[in-house]
Design a protein around this ligand. Structure first.
Ligand SMILES: [Zn+2]
Ligand SMILES: [Zn+2]
Length: 308
């Protein structure tokens, strides 16, 4: 099975439109970008997790010629507003050959998304399947268990997914996709010891005020230690809202003051705020090794593809 990280950025992508902070400047200088977070699992069945505003470019540059199912984590625009792009799969197949693409989401997410995209159901581009936390369903050979995630009052339908399938050698493999969240209210037992964990790191440091109910890398470490992924953890949904010391742009609205910034256990200065992909990976490697944690943590980047 292949996992492709179609996008690894926060809600507005990075570098962000109209942002001149040091992170966005450095990313522009390096020609780096992170589109809105979305994941593709490809086996016999092709499964898309979330379908944001960058879906068209993500699916076309990865030459995705068919989608067998779409899992939607929650009703925020960066996770579903690209659903209309799926029209292309109906328009460009041989006449009479198309079956509506199954879209799996909770009732609460559907209430919101339906206001915008009911015509996609009427025109049989998509077919909605309402899912419930803690109830397994299958999409082709993938077995999927949604679980409740807390992501604030404007994402009442928010869920993560536990996905089971076989790896290349035919062994069972389990991937946990946590989506946007600040808490997991009632974690099912299946959440623990996955082979792979995909978790957000919207900031490096937990902010004083976590109003958007996102996960920082600082807090993600606690979840990595709790869930104990066996093989590898991937960080996604990365933003640019950490304050970089000395940056005049620290006064812009989105910049979040750290509560108690990550620093080496032996003390000393906080870890530097990463400005680009290489610095992110270097900081994450340092934090993991300074704490002697037995986990492999990879900062995902757009179009990273791994075979499992
Ligand atoms: Zn998001
Ligand atoms: Zn969200």
């Amino acid at each position: 099975m292949d996992i492709t990280f179609l996008g690894t950025g926060g809600a507005w992508g990075v570098p962000e439109l109209n942002c001149d902070c040091l992170i966005c400047r450095e990313m522009r200088r390096q020609g780096e970008k992170r589109e809105r977070t979305s994941l593709l699992l490809t086996n016999k069945t092709t499964l898309l997790i979330d379908c944001g505003p960058d879906a068209r470019s993500q699916l076309s540059r990865n030459k995705v010629d068919a989608i067998d199912g779409v899992l939607i984590t929650h009703e925020h625009s960066d996770h579903y507003i690209g659903l209309d792009e799926l029209f292309a799969y109906k328009r460009n197949g041989p006449r009479g050959s198309f079956n509506p693409i199954p879209v799996y989401l909770t009732s609460k997410s559907h209430e919101v998304i339906n206001k915008r995209f009911d015509y996609l159901e009427d025109m049989e581009v998509i077919r909605i399947y309402r899912i419930e936390p803690d109830r397994w369903f299958s999409v082709g050979e993938f077995e999927v268990l949604p679980f409740d995630t807390f992501h604030g009052p404007f994402a009442k339908g928010s869920v993560g997914f536990i996905i089971k399938c076989k790896d290349v050698s035919g062994k069972d493999v389990q991937v946990v996709y946590t989506s946007d969240f600040s808490e997991i209210p009632g974690p099912p037992s299946e959440l623990f010891n996955p082979d792979y964990l995909v978790i957000q790191a919207f900031w490096l440091n937990e902010p004083v005020n976590n109003r958007p109910n996102h996960m920082s890398f600082q807090r993600a470490i606690d979840f990595i230690e709790l869930l104990k992924p066996r093989k590898e953890t991937f960080l996604v949904h990365i933003g640019d809202a950490d304050m970089v010391p000395g940056d005049p742009a620290n006064n812009i609205l989105k910049k979040a003051e750290p509560k108690n910034p990550l620093r080496p256990p032996s003390g000393g200065d906080p870890y530097p705020i990463p400005l680009n992909q290489a610095q992110w990976q270097k900081t994450v490697d340092r934090v993991i090794s300074d704490r002697n944690l037995p986990y492999k943590v990879t900062v995902a980047y757009d179009d990273l593809r791994i075979k499992i």
